[in-house]
Design a protein around this ligand. Structure first.
Ligand SMILES: Nc1nc2c(ncn2[C@@H]2O[C@H](COP(=O)(O)OP(=O)(O)OP(=O)(O)O)[C@@H](O)[C@H]2O)c(=O)[nH]1
Ligand SMILES: [Mg+2]
Length: 362
C-alpha cells in the first residue's frame, strides 16, 4: 500500500494546481473558489536515482518504483463546521492519510481573488487549522457520547478509550493539535485509530508567485512555522503544473531558466520521508526490480513481510548489500569477491538503500 498525503487549505490557495504539479495529472483548477467538490486522488512514482542506476546496471524487464498517493479535497473556510462553503464533511476523505500538506497562498490577487481579500498566510493558516480542530472535536465528542450511552445500559465505568478521548478533547478544546508522542505506546494505536486529522504529521506548502521562484521571502511566516516545530516548502504551483507535463529535456531547460534545482515532487517526498521516518529498500526477484518503502528501524523479517507474508513467516536469512556499493562494484561477481554481500538474520535492522535477497521456507 502507498503512503498517502492529504492536501488542505483555503479555496483558491492552489491545492488542485499543486496536486497537478505533484502528480502530473490535470484536474480542473479555476479562478473561482470551490472549484474542487469531489476529491481528486493521484498515485505517483517516487523519483529514485538509485533505482535508475541499479536499473541501468542490471537491465531488468520490469522496474517497479515505490509510490505515494495524494488526495486533493475541497477548500475549507471560516465556520465550515457550521456549514459555510462546502462544510467540513469532505474531510472524511483525508482522515486516514499518513501526512497532511497544508497549502498557504502567497501568490498575488491580480487574476485570482482571495476569499478573505488580501494575502495573509498566517491568518489563513489559523482559519483552516481552527476548522480541522473543530472537525476532530466533533468526532471525539460523538465517540464520547456513544460510550456514555453504552455505559448507561451496561452500567460499566469509564473505559481506557473514554480516558484517551477525554485527553484528546481537552487538547483540542485548547486549540492545539494532537501530539501522538505524548501518549504511551499502548495508547498510541487507539489515538491513531480515531482518524483525527490533527494527529497526523503536518507540513506546509507556501504557494508562491512565478517572480518569487528564486527569491523566496524568509519572513514572519517562516518563524511562525519553525516555532510550531514544523517544516515549510516554497513552491510555485502554477509554474510547476506546466512543467510537470513537459518531457524531461524541455523541463530541464525551463528549470535552468527559473533557477530551479528540483521539482516540487522531490522536495515534498523528501520532507514526507524525513517527517515520517521512512526509508527505501530494494529487491531483485526474477525479472523484476522493485523499490519498497518502510519505516526506519524495521527488522529484516518484517521488511520481508512487506514483500509477502510467507517471506516473514518462513524467513531464514537475507543476503544484503547497499545499492551504492553494488553499483560501484558493477556486478554481483565483483561484490561477492570484495565480500560486500552480507548474510543477515531476522532481527537485522534494514538500512536505507539496502538490496535484500530473502531466503525463506514455508
Ligand atoms: N499566479 C499564480 N496563480 C496560481 C498559482 N497556483 C494556483 N493559481 C491559480 O489560482 C486559481 C485557483 O487554483 P486551484 O488550484 O483551483 O485552487 P484550489 O485551492 O484547488 O481551490 P478550490 O478547489 O476552489 O478549493 C487558479 O486560477 C490557478 O491557476 C500560483 O502559484 N501562481
Ligand atoms: Mg481545488
Amino acid at each position: 500500500m502507498s503512503f498517502s498525503c492529504g492536501i488542505i487549505g483555503l479555496p483558491n490557495s492552489g491545492k488542485s494546481t499543486l496536486f497537478n504539479a505533484l502528480t502530473a495529472l490535470s484536474v480542473p483548477c479555476q479562478s473561482y473558489p470551490f472549484c474542487t467538490i469531489e476529491p481528486n486522488v493521484g498515485i505517483v512514482a517516487v523519483p529514485d536515482e538509485r533505482l535508475k542506476k541499479l536499473g541501468s546496471m542490471l537491465k531488468p524487464e520490469k522496474i517497479t518504483p515505490t509510490t505515494i498517493e495524494f488526495i486533493d479535497v475541497a477548500g475549507l473556510i471560516k465556520d465550515a463546521h457550521k456549514g459555510e462553503g462546502l462544510g467540513n464533511k469532505f474531510l472524511s476523505h483525508i482522515r486516514n492519510v499518513d501526512a497532511i500538506a497544508h497549502v498557504l497562498r502567497l501568490f498575488g490577487t491580480q487574476n485570482v481573488s482571495h476569499v478573505y481579500v488580501d494575502i495573509d498566510p498566517k491568518r489563513d493558516m489559523e482559519i483552516v487549522e481552527t476548522e480541522i480542530i473543530i472537525s476532530d472535536l466533533e468526532i471525539v465528542e460523538e465517540r464520547l457520547n456513544k460510550i456514555e450511552r453504552l455505559a448507561k445500559v451496561s452500567k460499566e465505568k469509564s473505559t481506557v478509550e473514554w480516558d484517551i478521548l477525554s485527553k484528546l478533547k481537552a487538547t483540542l478544546e485548547k486549540g492545539l493539535f494532537i501530539d501522538v508522542e505524548k501518549f504511551s505506546e499502548n495508547e498510541r494505536e487507539a489515538v491513531c485509530s480515531f482518524d483525527l486529522i490533527t494527529s497526523r504529521p503536518i507540513f506546509y506548502i507556501a504557494n508562491i508567485d512565478e517572480e518569487n521562484i528564486t527569491h523566496v521571502p524568509v519572513d514572519e511566516l517562516d518563524n511562525v512555522i519553525h516555532l510550531k516545530g514544523k517544516r515549510i516548502v516554497y513552491i510555485c504551483g502554477k509554474l510547476e503544473q506546466d512543467l510537470a507535463c513537459l518531457s524531461g529535456e524541455e523541463r530541464n531547460s525551463y528549470m535552468e531558466l527559473y533557477g530551479m534545482r528540483e521539482m516540487s515532487i522531490e522536495k515534498v517526498i523528501r520532507i514526507g520521508y524525513e517527517m515520517l521516518g521512512l526509508i527505501t529498500f530494494y529487491t531483485v526477484v526474477g525479472k523484476e526490480m522493485r523499490a519498497w518503502t518502510i519505516e526506519r528501524n524495521t527488522t529484516c523479517a518484517k521488511a520481508a513481510g512487506k514483500i509477502h507474508s510467507d517471506m516473514e513467516r518462513g524467513f531464514i536469512k537475507a543476503e544484503v548489500i547497499n545499492v551504492e556499493d553494488f553499483v560501484r562494484c558493477g556486478s554481483e561477481h565483483v561484490a561477492r569477491e570484495k565480500g560486500l554481500l552480507r548474510i543477515e538474520g531476522r532481527d537485522y535492522i534494514v538500512q536505507d538503500g539496502d538490496i535484500l535477497h530473502v531466503r525463506f521456507h514455508v
